[in-house]
Design a protein around this ligand. Structure first.
Ligand SMILES: *Cc1c(COP(=O)(O)O)cnc(C)c1O
Length: 493
């Protein structure tokens, strides 16, 4: 199997090369040249553990890794760092299924991929005989940063630099990041929103002078964002696993079609669902759920990607994104992999902040259904689900839960659904309690967490234990313009 750049069809690399690089040198993203074919016997697959499913799926997508190498990575990643032996339990609540992807060390779905990425990267280095040090450069909307550092902390031959938008993440998310241990971890707040930080990170990746300077120091950049296929491919695993669990729980028969509803920001999670579908998982619709930053909703209703709008800060901060990086991959597939046309669109997005896809390609997006939930609707959904079932949703999952409700009312989704549950409510206690009608003014983070504990009856995740008392080890804030100098200083030290 090979991967090619969305901005140059001739630029082919193996899986291990793509993982080490992160982004293609031409600024494009790597995509598979074709999708693997699986023999999907769901009566057999439904008995697979998460680890077995991960090995099954990863082997096909990372075919220059040996079976042993894949298995070693899987075993190192999905162990008792996760507080549920199922790793990704599928639970039924009020007639809908939620796939809980928040049982990892940082209680958000990013752990699913970032607990394995460092292992995939060091294995890829061995395969490629690459001796350069790797500097992981990452912009985070709140969850990637912590999960990536948890994976890369003190991994020899790596440094990790995380930029997060000051004031754009929850207080728990910020505390998780600034208390990060590890001599190779660097956390820096920036004055600006996620989009601006992410665009700057991409620019640094594509800066040839900087790349050359690093090379002189036997160092190179890589990415822990979902731009890296080493992040994307492990996310495909849980769509296979969720389907198998639906069969096992007798919610469906093998072969029945189901829908997935995914709370979406950078379009990495839902793109993995699309790749699972291309690989044969019986999926009907992919529901793309947005918050008030509903660029994708507007795109799917008219074919124009338009970021000429206010950037909204919401209670689902990990979805506060206007430029969804991975959408480039879907567009590339949908326009029949026309790299030249894709490049034009990306240039228009930079120059005019929008691009429009011609009508003739619209049908290629028809597997997707888009809905959104406003902030008020999201809070109502948290309350309604809690009052009916006692189950507490985090604000991101609530966006998806509400979006699915709206889509099914319009008969846009009529198959059994799995809602992708991307974070634990413990990561956003203030927003969740306010949604439940509880006065939060004057309550400390500790009070908020206790209150949530009383209401939900769900035990504290380990990730929260001791967090509030943890020493602050990072407290730098800089402007976007100063990111380059900062990166040089750290990378070349
Ligand atoms: C990152 C994140 C999202 C958005 O996922 P994308 O892959 O960026 O679309 C949604 N919810 C939570 C909790 C997240 O951390």
């Amino acid at each position: 199997m090979q991967y090619k750049s969305t901005r140059n069809n001739q630029y082919l690399v193996s899986a291990s090369e793509a993982i080490i690089k992160g982004l293609a040198d031409d600024g494009g993203l790597f995509v598979p040249t074709s999708f693997p074919t699986f023999n999907l016997d769901w009566n057999e697959l439904k008995e697979f553990s998460y680890q077995e499913m991960a090995t099954f799926v990863l082997r096909a997508f990372l075919d220059d890794f040996s079976a042993e190498q894949v298995q070693t990575c899987v075993e190192a990643a999905y162990d008792d760092k996760f507080d549920d032996p199922a790793i990704a339990p599928l639970v039924e609540v009020g007639g809908k299924h939620y796939l809980e992807l928040f049982h990892g060390p940082t209680i958000a779905f990013k752990d699913q991929a970032l607990s394995i990425l460092p292992h995939l990267m060091s294995t890829a280095n061995q395969i490629q005989d690459n001796n350069r040090d790797i500097v992981i450069l990452t912009a985070t909307s709140g969850d990637t940063g912590k999960a990536a550092m948890a994976g890369f902390a003190d991994v020899p031959g790596t440094k990790i630099i995380v930029f997060y938008p000051k004031g754009g993440v929850s207080s728990i998310q910020e505390q998780q990041m600034v208390s990060q241990v590890g001599d190779n971890t660097y956390v820096i707040a920036v004055n600006g929103n996620f989009d601006r930080a992410q665009s700057k990170v991409k620019e640094l990746f594509n800066d040839e002078t900087l790349r050359a300077k690093l090379a002189e120091h036997d160092t190179q950049f890589s990415s822990a964002n979902s731009m890296n296929i080493g992040r994307l491919v492990p996310q495909i695993v849980y769509y296979f696993y969720a389907y198998a669990q639906m069969v096992k729980q007798q919610a469906i028969l093998p072969g029945d079609l189901i829908d997935f509803c995914v709370p979406t920001g950078n379009f990495g999670n839902i793109l993995a669902a699309y790749y699972a579908k291309q690989s044969g998982v019986p999926i009907d619709k992919l529901l793309c759920a947005s918050n008030d930053n509903r660029v994708l909703y507007d795109f799917f209703h008219g074919g124009k990607y338009d970021i000429n709008r206010e950037f909204e800060l919401t209670i689902s901060p990990s979805m506060d994104i206007l430029i969804s990086s991975n959408f480039e991959r879907l567009v590339f597939h949908a326009i029949n992999e026309d790299d030249r046309l894709l490049k034009e669109y990306m240039q228009e997005l930079t120059d005019r902040k929008s691009y429009a896809i011609p009508e003739k390609y619209h049908a290629n997006f028809s597997e997707f259904v888009a809905e959104f939930a406003t902030q008020t609707e999201t809070m109502e959904e948290i309350k309604e689900v809690y009052e009916k079932t006692g189950y507490v949703l985090d604000p991101h999952t609530a966006v998806a839960s509400k979006a699915h409700r709206k889509a099914s009312q319009q008969s846009l989704s009529h198959k059994p659904v799995v809602i992708i549950s991307t974070a634990s409510p413990y990561k956003f206690p203030e927003a969740v309690l306010r949604a439940l009608g509880i006065e939060t003014d004057g309550l400390s983070d500790a009070d908020l967490l206790n209150k949530l504990n009383e209401l939900s009856g769900v035990a504290y995740p380990e990730a929260i234990e001791g967090l509030l008392e943890a020493e602050v080890r990072h407290n730098t804030t800089i402007d976007i313009e100063d990111m380059k100098a900062k990166v040089e200083e750290i990378a070349l030290a």
